[in-house]
Write a protein that binds this ligand. Structure first.
Ligand code: ATP
Ligand code: MG
Ligand code: MG
Length: 354
């Protein structure tokens, strides 16, 4: 089997298919949208819903392994597919990441600290939760949120502030998290191979703009012990989930250096795009190596770097960026630059290490 199936045809699917091609694999991408970023790079595009039985049957019969580029692949579809062909990362990782309550409960069960939280299924639950967290917190939909969508922040809130909120948030299951007074946000991109080997890239320091990742800087301004704690957490998660592939782990760093996990993404991650510019083996190649059962690559970083996302009209900076030396530009081939849409990213090499 030299064909890899990828569920999801966004920019992550595009970059995975490019990495797969470099290692000699064919890729088949399953994606409902015909003009998706991966359409230009996959060998074959199956245009169908993510849980389309015929499309899944085609993936099962033609691929040696099937992976995915986003965490909202229906778990039932992934599990059914896993009966016929290896699905990596395992469907249980999808299950662990799709619901913020399940996710935090699972992490806490592994001994990994997160923000405190309560489930919210009514305004009364929200009032009780806010009282528990001294009037502050971040209210989020349990499922399907990304780029900060479906979130509301409370500070010094009183019961009145909670009235009508459950309905305004769509009457769907919610979670209220304690507001974490973090000093900075970091992420660890890590990988686990079929043989259980784990490798971690250096933590990146992340800054968001309008809820969307804007800049990742490596190295992060954290102590060695904080970096080590973050890596240890990522490794425990990979082992706890019997994971195969690349994972993105987002963390909060408190003023005293303590780390809490914010959330996990069972896939390659935007805050790991810098690896294509500052490491011999990118997160995309690492993921393909892991799911294909190849040995993992060295995650060492040869340079300090800063990755920046091109969101919406930022794409107009292309000409200026092309003129800059030591800048690695990566565009996703999206025709329309809508506000908030990730159009590409670039990484500036700031300094060679050592
Ligand atoms: P992503 O696009 O990374 O999947 P998301 O929509 O799943 O984002 P989160 O990562 O949960 O959202 O939250 C987005 C941002 O909001 C975080 O990166 C952080 O800056 C802030 N945030 C989230 N939860 C908390 C919290 N409990 N306390 C303080 N800040 C928070
Ligand atoms: Mg998220
Ligand atoms: Mg996040």
């Amino acid at each position: 089997g030299s064909t890899i199936g990828i569920v999801g045809g966004g920019q992550l699917g595009r970059m995975l298919s490019m990495a797969a091609a470099r290692l000699g694999y064919r890729t088949i991408v399953l994606e409902p949208q015909e003009n998706c970023p991966a359409a230009q790079t996959a060998n074959e595009l199956l245009v169908a819903p993510y849980d389309d039985p015929a499309a899944l049957a085609a993936l099962a019969s033609e691929c040696a392994v099937v992976t995915y580029e986003f965490e909202n692949v229906p778990v039932a579809a992934a599990s059914a597919l896993n009966e016929k062909v290896q699905v990596s990362p395992p469907p249980r990782a999808l299950e662990a990441a799709q619901d913020r309550v399940t996710e935090k409960t699972g992490l806490n069960d592994m001994g990994i600290a997160t923000a405190r939280f309560v489930q919210v299924d009514s305004d009364e639950d929200l009032i009780a939760g806010l009282a528990k967290f001294d009037g502050s917190g971040v209210l989020k939909t349990r499922r399907l949120g990304y780029d900060g969508k479906g979130q509301r922040v409370f500070r010094n809130a009183v019961a009145d502030d909670a009235r009508g909120v459950y309905e305004a948030m769509g009457s769907v299951p919610l979670i209220l998290e304690a507001l974490v007074p973090f000093e900075r946000e970091i992420s660890v991109i890590a990988a686990r191979g079929k043989d259980g080997e784990v490798v971690c890239y250096d933590p990146a320091e992340n800054v968001h703009r309008n809820g969307i990742l804007h800049i990742s800087t490596v190295p992060a301004s954290i102590s060695d012990s904080t970096a080590e704690a973050a890596r240890r957490m990522a490794s425990s998660i990979l082992e706890g989930l019997d994971y195969v592939g690349v994972i993105g782990v987002e963390l909060f760093v408190l003023a005293d250096g303590t780390v809490l996990v914010n959330e996990i993404a069972p896939r390659v991650h935007n805050s790991g795009h810098w690896t294509e510019a500052a490491c011999a083996i990118s997160q995309f190649e690492q993921h393909i190596r892991a799911v294909a059962g190849l040995r993992l690559g060295d995650p060492r970083r040869h340079s300090d770097c800063v990755m920046e996302n091109l969101i919406g009209d930022d794409i107009l900076r292309t000409a200026e960026l092309l003129a800059e030396p030591d800048l690695i530009l990566h565009l996703y081939g999206k025709a329309e630059a809508r506000p908030g849409r990730k159009m590409g990213h670039f990484t500036r090499i700031v300094a060679k290490k050592g």
